[in-house]
Design a protein. Structure first.
Length: 162
């Protein structure tokens, strides 16, 4: 490769670096199964039996929408309580046969490249979920990974509950 060819290649790469469009994404924690199990007070396999929307509206933690002009707005969530029938307890103690999961859905859909990892459930589908949870002061449970990315802590299992 001649010096001229090297210079052309170098300049082409340099132009590509400066011409790259602005990347939009968000950083969030990677949760290994060990991290989830260590931080959970309750680990269960459960199936949803009832979904109830609440009047609660709150900003999801650690996530904002950034508009082209540079203005920022918190991503808002509408509260949901999902009741689950506990099939198996893998860690912790749960005297009841059911639990209530406190989680959110997006209050307003906004197209973004780094959306929250929210979860939703349809009781009639009878799907089973492996859930890594922590208990709130009010007795409800939340995903170990938090309200913005509960999909890291709640995993659908491959077979449905009979």
């Amino acid at each position: 490769m001649t010096r001229f060819d090297f210079m052309k290649t170098f300049l082409a790469l340099l132009i590509c670096l400066f011409a790259v469009a602005e990347a939009r994404a968000r950083i969030h924690r990677f949760w290994s199964y060990d991290d989830l199990a260590t931080n959970a007070t309750l680990v269960v396999v459960a199936t949803p039996t009832n979904v109830t929307e609440t009047s609660e509206v709150a900003a999801l933690p650690n996530i904002v929408t950034v508009y082209p002009g540079g203005s920022k707005e918190p991503v808002m969530g509408s509260g949901i309580e999902t009741t689950f029938q506990i099939l198996t307890v893998l860690k912790g103690e749960c005297v009841a046969k059911t639990l209530v999961l406190h989680h959110y859905k997006e209050a307003k859909k906004i197209a973004s490249m780094g959306p929250p990892g929210l979860v939703s459930f349809e009781p009639k589908d009878k799907k089973r979920y492996l859930m890594f949870l922590q208990k709130e002061a009010d007795g409800r449970y939340v995903a170990v990974s938090g309200q913005t990315d509960p999909d890291d802590s709640i995993k659908q299992m491959s077979e449905n509950y009979p």
